[in-house]
Design a protein around this ligand. Structure first.
Ligand code: NAP
Length: 290
């Protein structure tokens, strides 16, 4: 890697950032595309995200990704915000412009590209969405915008699901999202569902945890998509497969949200061939560990 006076710097702000895979995505892309760019993680202490963004601006950083817990807090530090990110209420990518950063949300489009690449359809589908946190909110918005027939949003804390459903339904102008308490899952109407697992339950090292363990629930699932990618195969995915469904993890979502950010920073289109090379590198991290 060549670093000189013209090297562009991009990075990730969040807390913690030590285990991030984003440097692998962006530095691999920079190498393959011949861009003079480096990507590094920056841990930001609680309450200091505004300082971090102003500092990045002063240092002419080309772009930043934003992760937990700053995806909402960062909004007030921006010069401009993309409409999609505003509607979702979360920003994960900052692009340098004259006089400050513009905020985008590439998680949602990243998930869409990931699902499309696996042949998973949203339009016309009955969907069960588990969770109502930051990620599930973007998923709910994606499903509503892409024409899901109905999304049953199940969350441990019902009030949170209700708030997200109201907000998303207002933006899309139809009752696309129906909030439910997680414990009421037996009340889901008969039918076959696409299930999207958007809670943090099952994340390593708690790999034997799952939000719903009941076999009767998995009988209703034709496809399961877990946003978690560590472990490579979650208990949720194993249960979906065990009942004859197809199951996918969230690594491609991570890949594509990164690729879209890279495209925004560098004004390029990343080819599927390059995307695949990055994906294989990311995958090695898990296959060797599991
Ligand atoms: P978050 O905002 O903290 O939300 C956490 C969600 O998990 C909430 O719905 C919460 O329910 C639920 N939850 C937590 N512990 C629970 C428990 N013991 N029982 C039942 N529900 C529980 O987190 P997030 O940012 O949305 O992230 C959620 C997951 O998505 C994480 O695992 C993250 O790694 C993954 N993710 C993946 C990608 C990707 O690129 N693949 C991107 C973003 C996020 P309550 O509301 O009741 O607390």
């Amino acid at each position: 890697m060549k670093i000189d006076g013209k090297t562009n710097v991009c990075g990730l702000i969040g807390n913690p950032v030590e285990h991030t895979l984003s440097p692998m995505i962006h530095n691999t892309l920079a190498g393959r595309l011949g861009h003079n760019l480096v990507y590094v993680p920056f841990p930001v202490e609680p309450g200091r995200v505004g300082e971090a963004v102003r500092g990045a601006d002063a240092l002419h950083l080309l772009g930043l990704n934003v992760t937990v817990p700053y995806k909402s807090d960062v909004i007030e530090t921006l010069k401009e915000i993309d409409e999609l990110a505003r509607n979702i209420g979360a920003v994960n990518t900052l692009v340098r412009t004259e006089g400050g950063y513009k905020g985008y949300n590439t998680d949602m489009e990243g998930l869409y590209r990931a699902m499309s690449s696996e042949g998973i359809r949203i339009e016309g589908e009955q969907i069960v969405l588990l969770g109502a946190g930051g990620a599930a909110r973007a998923v709910a918005y994606l499903c509503a915008v892409k024409g899901a027939e109905r999304v049953y949003m199940l969350n441990r804390t019902f009030d949170k699901a209700q708030t997200v459903a109201e907000e998303v339904n207002r933006v899309v102008g139809r009752e696309a999202i129906l909030p439910m308490a997680m414990k009421d899952y037996t009340g889901l109407p008969e039918g076959k569902y696409l299930a999207i697992q958007g809670t943090s339950v099952g994340l390593a090292p708690h790999t034997e945890d799952v939000v719903i363990a009941d076999d009767a629930f998995y009988e209703k699932i034709h496809t399961g998509f877990d946003l978690i990618y560590s472990p490579w195969e979650t208990k949720f995915m194993r249960l979906v497969k065990g009942h004859g469904g197809h199951a996918y993890n969230g690594l491609k979502m991570l890949l594509y949200q990164g690729i879209i950010a890279y495209e925004l920073w560098n004004d390029v289109q990343v080819s599927e061939e390059d995307a695949q090379v990055v994906y294989e590198r990311l995958k090695e991290q898990f296959i060797s560990k599991d």
